[in-house]
Design a protein around this ligand. Structure first.
Ligand SMILES: Nc1nc2c(ncn2[C@@H]2O[C@H](COP(=O)(O)OP(=O)(O)OP(=O)(O)O)[C@@H](O)[C@H]2O)c(=O)[nH]1
Length: 397
């Protein structure tokens, strides 16, 4: 955006400067026309003949040269001769060129150049003025030209058969060196470059600071998140731990109390896990816990349900569903673990690892604590264990 702004401002400045150049040329033209009218109104003016004011050989009029009563030789200066003299002075002083010209000039020096010929032809077709950036002797100029209408004074010398008063007799071209404008644009360009560079540099520094601050914040957040995960995640199974489970249960209990919907719980315990450890080794025991956890967690995707490692070889489930739904879920979990076909050589009830599950459901209210649900699920688990293991038992009063 800074690049676009820079480009646009430079382009705007160029166009604006060009407009000013052409306007300046137009003002020169208007002023010259005014002076010519003044001269013409007096029928020309006499001035002493000098090195800078020799008699004009192209001025075809009686009394062109006269002598003043005190004996000074004077010569008549008509509008065109005056413009020519002014043009020479202006060129010497500022490099700006005026040129009075026509398609049929009397003086060879007044012959129109290629560009002026185009402009004069355009005037004959009614165009009021002509502007262009064009070269004179290999140097670029902002060129402006407008027509001169024939008046009585002009017709004295420029009497052409098909020309009448008010017709386009020629024109004056005003040419301003492009180097004057380029110099101005150059200064402006430098200033724009500096200011845009400053804005860009400030922007980049601000972005770098923002990036640095943001990555610092991200690092702190990641660290905090890791700490939080460590605080609430069981390192062995990567399931939520008992602390998280307790907090979750209290929250869900309150919500279920408010909205009066049933909350269910499953306590899960691996059967004969001591024997498994003893026969397979503690590391295999850990591996078994991980595999059971991975299998169980697949059934918990909803935000209102949770499975956690409750401690040792025990897992615990809390779900916002009724008694029949939780019984179904518990049975699915039991079968899923059995179907893992994890060998358990020292289990008296199966050749594979199995689990026992205790299920309880309550509709919470302000008079019951959530520990009651835990207690009931635990009782149900105890019942499942004592009625043979590898089964689901429902809490009975
Ligand atoms: N490998 C391993 N073993 C554990 C872990 N946590 C608890 N245990 C073991 O799990 C066993 C639990 O045994 P018990 O509570 O006697 O129960 P059980 O042998 O599973 O018998 P039942 O529950 O009655 O079927 C203990 O031997 C604990 O050492 C653990 O993180 N890794």
């Amino acid at each position: 955006m800074i690049g676009i702004s820079f480009y646009q401002q430079v382009e705007d400045d160029k166009q604006y400067s060009q407009k000013i150049a052409y306007k300046q040329a137009e003002m020169f033209f208007d002023y010259l026309v005014l002076m010519r009218q003044w001269n013409s109104r007096h029928g020309g003016v006499y001035a002493p003949i000098s090195e800078h004011n020799p008699p004009n050989p192209y001025l075809n009029t009686p009394y062109r040269d006269i002598v003043s009563p005190d004996g000074k030789p004077l010569t008549l200066i008509n509008p065109t001769y005056m413009t020519r003299q002014l043009a020479e002075m202006q060129l010497r002083q500022s490099g700006i060129r005026f040129h009075v010209t026509s398609l049929t000039p009397l003086r060879p020096e007044s012959k129109a150049d290629e560009w002026e010929v185009q402009a004069l032809k355009a005037f004959e077709n009614g165009q009021p003025s002509y502007t262009e950036l064009a070269d004179i002797k290999g140097k670029p100029y902002y060129r402006y030209m407008a027509p001169l209408k024939l008046d009585a004074e002009c017709l004295k010398c420029h009497a052409v058969a098909d020309k009448r008063m008010g017709d386009v007799g020629g024109g004056i071209s005003v040419s301003i060196p492009a180097s004057d404008i380029d110099e101005f644009i150059g200064h402006r360009f430098e200033r724009l470059k500096k200011s845009h560079f400053f804005i860009a540099a400030t922007g980049v520094i601000a972005l770098l600071i923002a990036y640095w601050a943001q990555s610092k914040l991200t690092r702190r957040l990641t660290r905090a998140e890791n700490h939080l995960q460590l605080a609430y995640l069981d390192a062995l199974t990567l399931l939520p731990n008992r602390r998280y489970y307790d907090a979750f249960l209290r929250r869900e209990w309150k919500r279920a109390t408010r909205h009066r919907y049933p909350l269910s719980m499953i306590m899960i315990d691996i059967d004969y896990f001591k024997a498994y450890n003893d026969s397979m080794g503690h590391q295999e025991g850990d591996q078994c816990l991980r595999q059971v956890a991975r299998t169980l967690r697949r059934y918990f995707r909803r935000s209102g349900d949770l499975i956690a490692r409750y401690g040792g070889e025990e897992f615990c489930v809390v779900a916002a569903c009724d008694a029949s739904q939780i019984l179904q879920l518990a049975d699915i979990l039991r079968m899923a673990v059995e179907m893992m076909h994890l060998p358990h050589p020292s289990s008296p009830i199966s050749q594979y690892v199995t689990i026992s599950l205790g299920v309880a459901t309550l509709i919470p209210n302000e008079k019951i604590e959530c520990t009651e649900l835990l207690h009931q699920a635990d009782q149900a688990l105890y019942a499942a264990k004592h009625s043979g293991r590898n089964r689901v038992a429902k809490y009975q009063d």
